[in-house]
Design a protein around this ligand. Structure first.
Ligand SMILES: [Zn+2]
Length: 375
């Protein structure tokens, strides 16, 4: 998930927000400003309802961020590097570079988030005990407490990608002393839970609330897919253990010289090659980007005669240029679009395209050994 807007760093961790999170803020404000608050305390001004709704929506987002920060800070304390935090439609994502080394560490990292949400709910619950507080404020605080309690409890459901799914995985890993077996059982639990939510959502949509039911179907559907994807990623990661980029890349790929006209490149290289993406190199052989057949085929023959390959080259982010001895598992953390270049001594020696990526994942899942790596 790439954030649409970077909010800055919190405790040295980059925090971003995806545009879909704004939908959630708008939805929360609408629900509070036109439904919950006017129903609880009728007869006040619209401006007051909306103002309180905006404050509560911001407080909710801060609590969501605290949930993710709890995961991130515990992970960092336990030696797992933290990439970034992104808030989006379904809550937050904390990207970790690597995995917990022990079942206990995995359990602590995973449980930290929901426990933080439940702590927010508990503190808000205590605020409600203050006597003589205005009804509008206590309604808003009660809603905040309820939503954080639901968030904490829902995330403890035992299905990946929910935190509870990871707690379950940690428990199974500790119990079986076999990480691969824990991967499979936790993934099955996640898929079953997702399917159960889909079924419950359909039932709810039919007999009670269509909107609420469809929302639950959506979440269940998302969870089923995510559980499958996570199981696949885990088996791929274990199948790539010990391999280097040079073991999985396409070696000595056909190159696209930046100074050639596109039609000359098509005639001399592209039509004879088995690649659909080409590293673009300058006179010295250094990589300057990548170009795909798709980009080239969008040009008219006249444009192909006039355009240099350099003008079509897509610049690659710095993490898309890797060394032959880098761990192969690094590509799991990248979006391979349009390509990852393997460079040695300033020259392109290998290439990983999206098509290669699919092959590498399939091979890795075939290679993935059942193993016992619990401490
Ligand atoms: Zn969480």
């Amino acid at each position: 998930m790439r954030p649409s807007l970077r909010l800055g760093n919190v405790a040295g961790i980059p925090v971003g927000i995806h545009w879909s999170a704004l939908l959630v803020i708008a939805l929360i404000m609408a629900v509070l400003g036109t439904g919950v608050l006017p129903a609880a305390v009728p007869g006040l001004s619209q401006g007051l309802y909306w103002g309180v709704a905006a404050v509560v929506a911001c407080a909710f987002f801060a609590s969501l961020l605290a949930h993710e920060l709890a995961h991130a800070l515990v992970a960092r304390r336990l030696g797992v590097r933290v990439g970034s935090i992104t808030l989006w439609l379904m809550g937050g994502i904390t990207e970790l570079d690597g995995e917990a080394r022990t079942p206990r560490a995995e359990a602590e990292i995973s449980a930290a988030g929901p426990l933080t949400s439940l702590a927010f709910a508990a503190v808000a619950g205590l605020v409600l005990l203050v006597p003589h507080s205005p009804l509008l404020i206590s309604s808003a605080v009660a809603w905040f407490a309820l939503v954080n309690a639901v968030l904490g409890l829902f995330n403890l459901l035992p299905g990946a990608p929910l935190d509870g799914g990871r707690v379950l995985h940690a428990f199974l890993w500790w119990r079986y002393r076999d990480r691969s077996r824990a991967d499979r059982t936790a993934a099955q639990a996640g898929q079953s839970l997702g399917m159960f939510l889909v079924a419950a959502g359909v039932l709810q949509a039919v007999v009670w609330s269509p909107v609420g039911g469809l929302w639950m179907v959506l979440i269940g559907w998302f969870m089923t897919g995510a559980a499958r994807a996570e199981a696949f990623a885990r088996s791929a990661r274990s199948g790539l253990t010990g391999l280097r980029m040079r073991d999985v890349m396409t070696s000595v790929p056909d190159l696209a010289p930046s100074w050639l006209k596109v039609d000359a490149f098509v005639a001399t290289v592209a039509l004879r090659s088995r690649q659909s993406v080409f590293p673009v190199v300058d006179f010295s052989g250094a990589p300057v980007g990548a170009v795909s057949l798709e980009t080239i085929s969008a040009l008219t023959p006249e444009q192909r005669a006039e355009t240099n390959v350099a003008q079509l080259a897509r610049k690659l982010p710095s993490d898309h240029v890797v060394a032959p001895d880098d761990p192969a598992a690094r590509i799991l953390d990248l979006s391979v679009e349009p390509a990852v270049l393997v460079v040695e001594n300033g020259h392109v020696t290998g290439l990983v395209t999206p098509a290669d990526f699919t092959r590498i994942l399939m091979q890795a899942s075939l290679r993935s050994p059942p193993r016992d790596d619990a401490p």
